[in-house]
Design a binder for this molecule. Structure first.
Ligand code: FAD
Length: 284
């Protein structure tokens, strides 16, 4: 039998961290998924508006990493590709692993301005966010992989095991260990097709492809979890972080503006208490 966690927290930023830490303090057995503090946290030049801390993003990262160690908080540094609600249970797909949890806190942040024209329209019809889930569907085909960073190089190489050719688009310079990968520097603008994806449109013209893999951190929330109520880039939440899906809570930037560390931490904490209360209703 697979282990059933009381809760899973998805996202390694400050919202996810605070939710995971609070759940631990409340005695809830929670699985924390996502690389710790890998997101925006380290990018801040100076953080001056977080209580009791003043310093660079790197120093903030170091302080949080120390506290995580001191608190003995464990983490699975995996990217979640899909969350599926099944009655009072959620299954979470992360790479080739599957986890089960009774409640979920979604704290995956937002990536502004990163949605390509046609991305949502062709989701499941040639657009995918997960190389491991869908790569084999493109055996022998020419596809494109748009990487938000070189952290996704391995996923592009995974795609090259199946596709005849992988056109990689990435803002960062790097090399790939597969002969059928070609690296393109122009900016992708849109995904075009009729019933399915037929081409990737870039600033230099149109490249015919059968599929486009968008390999990035923050997936649109409705792509991560079908049926989740959203408004623009945000999940619609109540004050306690609960959403339209029973047992699924959201916290941090993904739950709306202002995009600030203190707000994200506060919402992570509130969502953790709401999870604890929700779990009590299940055991009655
Ligand atoms: C340059 C810059 C400077 C900033 N400076 C400040 C400042 O000085 N003060 C301030 O208050 N705020 C500042 N902010 C805003 C602040 O960074 C955000 O409000 C805060 O990081 C939000 O935390 P979060 O946990 O909601 O999201 P994030 O920090 O974005 O963390 C989300 C995490 O989830 C991970 N993730 C995403 N999808 C998945 C998935 N499917 N599976 C697993 N993990 C996933 C991401 O990799 C990331 O680690 C700044 C932002 C930027 C970009």
């Amino acid at each position: 039998m697979e282990k059933i966690w009381d809760a899973a927290v998805v996202g390694g930023g400050i919202a996810g961290y605070t939710a995971a830490l609070t759940l631990k303090n409340l005695g809830v057995e929670a699985l924390w998924l996502g690389e710790p503090f890998a997101g925006k946290l380290r990018l801040a030049e100076t953080v001056k508006n977080f209580p009791s801390f003043s310093g660079s993003g790197e120093e903030f990262y170091a302080a949080l990493s120390r506290q995580k160690e001191d608190m003995g908080l464990k983490n699975e540094p995996l990217r979640v590709n899909g969350i599926y609600a099944q009655g009072d249970m959620f299954s979470l797909a992360a790479g080739e692993k599957l986890f089960l949890a009774r409640a979920v806190v979604l704290a995956t942040g937002v990536e502004e301005g990163s949605t390509l024209k046609g991305e949502k329209e062709f989701l499941g019809r040639g657009v995918s966010y997960c190389a491991v889930c869908d790569g084999a569907l493109y055996r022998g085909k020419k596809i494109a992989a748009v990487l938000s960073s070189l952290r996704y190089a391995e996923e592009a190489e995974y795609l090259a095991r199946f596709a005849s050719e992988v056109l990689v688009f990435c803002g960062e310079k790097g090399s790939f260990r597969a002969e059928n990968i070609s690296v393109h520097t122009e900016k992708p603008l849109a995904i075009r097709g009729e019933k399915r994806v037929e081409a990737l449109v870039t600033e230099r013209g149109e490249l015919p492809v059968s599929g486009v893999f968008l390999l990035k951190d923050a997936l649109p929330p409705e792509a991560l979890c079908g049926g989740l109520g959203t408004e623009g880039a945000h999940v619609v939440t109540r004050r306690d972080g609960s959403t339209n899906l029973r047992g699924l809570f959201a916290a941090g930037d993904i739950a709306g503006r202002p995009y600030q560390f203190a707000k994200a931490a506060g919402e992570g904490l509130v969502a953790a208490y709401a999870v604890r209360d929700y779990l009590r209703t299940l055991s009655k």
